[in-house]
Design a protein around this ligand. Structure first.
Ligand SMILES: O=C(O)CCC(=O)C(=O)O
Ligand SMILES: [Fe+2]
Length: 228
C-alpha cells in the first residue's frame, strides 16, 4: 500500500513557491523532535550550563527530555538554563543557540518515523539539518539565506511558541506576507521565495486579530546542498 504524499494547505495570501503545512506533526511527534533537538544542543554547551540543568533535574525530579511531557512547550526550561548567544551587531539572529545536526539521537521513541514523514515532502534529496533555538526574547531579522551556502529550497519545522513569519519581496517592499507558525507546522521556501524574498521571525506582532509575544521556539531547518 502506498500512502499519499502530504499536500500543502492552499492560502491565497502567500507568495509563489511557498508551501505551508499548518498541522504537519502530531503532539507526540513534536515532543520527539523537540526532545531530540534539545538533547543535541544541550550536549554542546559548557559544563557550567550542563551542571545548572542537572541540578534543576535533581531538585525537581524532572526528566529534561521526557518523551511524554504535559505539553510540547513544557520541554523548554526557563531561559536562564540555556547559553543563548546575543548575536553580532551585524548578524540577523538575536538571542539563540544553533548547531548543525548529524546524526540524530538513535534512542528517542517516535523520532525516526517523524523524520521519515518529513522526508516525504522534501523537493529533492542531499540535505543538511540545522537546529535553531530562539530565546523567549529572540528574533530573526529580515534576510535572504546565503545563496552560496545552500541550494534552491529551505524547509522549516516550527516547535514551541508560535511566532509570526514575515516574507518581503527584496525589490518591491510593498509585496509582503505574514503568517503565524504554530508548533508542528512546516513551511518550504523554494525558488522565487527563496531567492527574491527576505524572511524574518518576529518577536512581537499582531496576526489575524491575535497578539504574538515571543516565547521559546525551536526550528529544524533543512537545506539542500548547493548544486553547481
Ligand atoms: O526559524 C526559522 O523558521 C527561520 C530560520 C532562518 O531564517 C535561518 O536559519 O536562516
Ligand atoms: Fe533564513
Amino acid at each position: 500500500m502506498t500512502t499519499a504524499r502530504p499536500q500543502p494547505a492552499i492560502y491565497r495570501n502567500l507568495p509563489v513557491d511557498f508551501q505551508y503545512f499548518p498541522a504537519f506533526f502530531s503532539t507526540s511527534e513534536q515532543s520527539a523532535l523537540l526532545s531530540a533537538a534539545l538533547r543535541k544542543l544541550d550536549a554542546t554547551e559548557s559544563r557550567r550550563f550542563r551542571r545548572r540543568r542537572k541540578e534543576l533535574e535533581q531538585r525537581s525530579a524532572l526528566s529534561l527530555y521526557s518523551e511524554r511531557p504535559s505539553s510540547v512547550q513544557s520541554l523548554f526550561l526557563p531561559d536562564e538554563y540555556y547559553d543563548f548567544q546575543e548575536g553580532h551587531f551585524d548578524g540577523v539572529i538575536r538571542r539563540y543557540r544553533e548547531m548543525h545536526v548529524s546524526p540524530w539521537p538513535p534512542d528517542i521513541e517516535g523520532l525516526s518515523p517523524a523524520l521519515d514523514r518529513l522526508r516525504d515532502v522534501y523537493p529533492s534529496t542531499d540535505v543538511q539539518a540545522h537546529l535553531l533555538h530562539l530565546a523567549s526574547d529572540g528574533e530573526i531579522l529580515p534576510h535572504v539565506d546565503n545563496v552560496g551556502a545552500s541550494g534552491s529550497w529551505i524547509l522549516g519545522v516550527s516547535l514551541g511558541a508560535p511566532r509570526i513569519l514575515k516574507l518581503e519581496n527584496t525589490t518591491d517592499p510593498e509585496e509582503a506576507y505574514t503568517l503565524a507558525l504554530p508548533s508542528g507546522s512546516v513551511y518550504i521556501q523554494q525558488d522565487t521565495t527563496r531567492y527574491h524574498f527576505k524572511h524574518s521571525i518576529l518577536l512581537n506582532g499582531l496576526f489575524d486579530g491575535k497578539q504574538y509575544d515571543g516565547g521559546q521556539r525551536m526550528s529544524i531547518m533543512i537545506r539542500v546542498g548547493y548544486i553547481l
